[in-house]
Design a protein around this ligand. Structure first.
Ligand SMILES: N[C@@H](CCC(=O)N[C@@H](CS)C(=O)NCC(=O)O)C(=O)O
Length: 234
């Protein structure tokens, strides 16, 4: 395990003065950004949005992001509304030894991290939404069979991806790909528990991620909040 984050009290080294992040801790996409920030010891102004009260649909948020999703990052005139774009932007801005581990500068390693980020964005995140939205909106009390089967297939895909590497990166350390995937997989694990016998490598990877300081400081609280909400609704 490499230690890239700060202590659980979030010691802060780099401050991005003009950046603001609008987020909800319950959201895996927001937690991916929070983990990336802690892994890089970066401090930015954070604004909590209550999604239950539909604050993400307020005119101020919609003017920044017509898609009405969180997270949103504003850096002067630049507005980004996708967690993958936000984390790679922050790593490029940060440009420290740690950020180069998270997002390697050499083209091949970088492309591999991008590939894992795209897998999270295009495959896993839609499945997370298909599984969670009906429960959060009160139309279902459990994950439907089709979505459950698709998530099992995604777990099998990730098990294969981990056959030749310990992390979702080109090296022996976690990357931004691991961070995004850990935010989503840890949340999916509440909805569709990962069977350790079927997916030993994926389970082991998630346990290793859970030992990283940035996971403890930036993922655990929101994950517990999500778990509590799902428990109350299902
Ligand atoms: N691809 C986007 C997805 C963002 C997203 O869908 N966020 C969810 C929260 S997890 C959201 O804001 N949903 C709004 C809603 O459910 O109304 C990202 O990675 O940032």
């Amino acid at each position: 395990m490499i230690k890239m984050g700060g202590s659980p009290s979030r010691p802060l080294m780099t401050s991005l003065k003009h950046c603001t992040l609008w987020k909800a801790d319950r959201s895996p996409a927001c937690r991916a950004v929070l983990m990336a920030l802690d892994a890089m010891n970066m401090d930015i102004h954070e604004v909590d949005i209550n999604m239950d009260r539909e604050e993400h649909k307020s005119p101020g948020i919609v003017s920044m992001n017509p898609l009405q999703t969180l997270p949103i990052l504003k850096d002067r005139d630049l507005i980004l509304s996708d967690s993958h774009a936000i984390t790679t932007y922050l790593a490029s801005r940060c440009c420290t030894e740690t950020s180069k581990f998270l997002l390697p500068p050499d083209p091949g390693s970088r492309a591999l991290v991008d590939q894992f980020l795209h897998f999270n964005s295009c495959v896993l995140y839609p499945q997370y939404k298909a599984a969670s939205n009906p429960i959060l909106r009160g139309t279902l009390r459990h994950v439907d069979k089709k979505t459950n089967d698709e998530i099992q297939c995604a777990y099998a895909d990730m098990e294969q991806m981990l056959a030749k590497r310990p992390w979702f990166s080109s090296g022996n350390w976690p990357s931004l790909g691991d961070i995004s995937l850990a935010a989503t997989v840890s949340t999916l694990n509440i909805l569709v528990p990962i069977d350790v016998c079927n997916f030993p490598k994926l389970s082991c990877w998630l346990h290793r991620m859970a030992e990283e300081k940035f996971y403890c400081t930036a993922n655990k609280k929101g994950l517990s909040e999500f778990s509590r909400t799902i428990g109350e609704l299902s």
